[in-house]
Design a protein around this ligand. Sequence first.
Ligand code: NAD
Ligand code: UDP
Ligand code: UDP
Length: 316
Amino acid sequence: MRVLITGVAGFIGSHLCEKFLDEGHEVIGLDNFLTGSPDNIAHLFGHPRFKFIHYNVVNFLYVDGPIDLVVHLACPASPVDYLNNPIHTMKVNSLGTLNSLGLAKLKRARYVFASSSEVYGDPLVHPQREDYWGNVNPIGPRSVYDEAKRFSEAMCMAYHREHSLDVRIARIFNTYGERMRIGDGRVIPTFIQQALEGKDITIHSDGSQTRSFCYISDMVEGLYKLSVEEGLVGEVVNLGNPQEVTIKQLAEIIIMLTGSKSRITYTEGRVDDPRRRCPDISKARRLLGWEPKVDLEEGLLRTIEWFRRKCYGTLR
Ligand code: NAD
Ligand code: UDP
Ligand code: UDP
């Protein structure tokens, strides 16, 4: 396949791009480096089946030649990033989604959208199944992300219904691993950095809120299957690891795995921070034959090792 990946220089995009190249496909990657980095794809420059376009997906997309699959990942994903870029976040999930859908329609390509567990907001149903409609504050600060993802999902379904486009929606739950940006504000890179530097671990609120963290290799496998398998037209699928932990437990695990002397401190909670989050992945198991393989401690060990080498050399 000839695949267009938007957001290719980001955390998930760069790993997914490698997967498509490893499986023998051709990838055209597009990114404007808002939250991603050329470092994440530098090793792919010169690859005979990889081409990079430095571009903002909010503008009209011109791509030469046939395209078989569009994967729209471009969007700041860390709450700190999207709260720093609120209007951009809405544009990339409206104009960006529209343009990439328009391109897919023109090229008669399949379309995969990277949605989020945030469409469930602060969920009143637990764990979250795909048929739950969510509990989102439409005017809260997080709405620039969660309402925008909901709008994008609606637009995907409109292209599916009106133009018979082969769309597939991945509702991605918290994912972590190598190539997350240190300082991006997401909980795992923040806690790892604090632990490695022996600084206080800053838990928001009382740390009883939960998340379910999926290691990157598992996420990439799920996204790849959703992209290439037949018989999934118009489907929306949760992708995530149902191993749920409190943020306090996460802090304790990271302190233990790094052997850090950091202490835990408690700071003010974020506005509209979801209290609990855990995917029901029965649909992914049934449709894709997929489930995560890497448990939290194993994935964290690999991630900590990578941050150690990348950011601290052999010092810590
Ligand atoms: P990321 O911030 O690392 O990557 C996003 C990439 O998109 C970056 O390289 C950024 O420069 C690029 N980008 C942003 N705006 C752009 C624009 N207008 N034009 C071109 N490129 C643009 O984030 P990530 O964690 O890799 O997330 C990728 C996708 O997965 C996002 O759509 C995100 O909403 C979704 N997602 C991620 C998670 C997670 O836990 N990582 C969870 C749910 C959903
Ligand atoms: N579009 C694009 N590149 C293309 C084709 C379309 O960026 O190769 C954009 C274009 O800006 C348009 C949007 O995608 O506004 C939706 O395209 P579509 O053909 O569905 O809508 P229309 O142009 O008919 O309004
Ligand atoms: N969090 C925290 N300390 C931090 C960063 C995040 O306690 O330094 C909490 C945050 O309030 C949320 C959880 O960790 O409850 C996950 O936050 P993250 O930004 O990783 O992603 P989210 O799931 O909220 O999109």
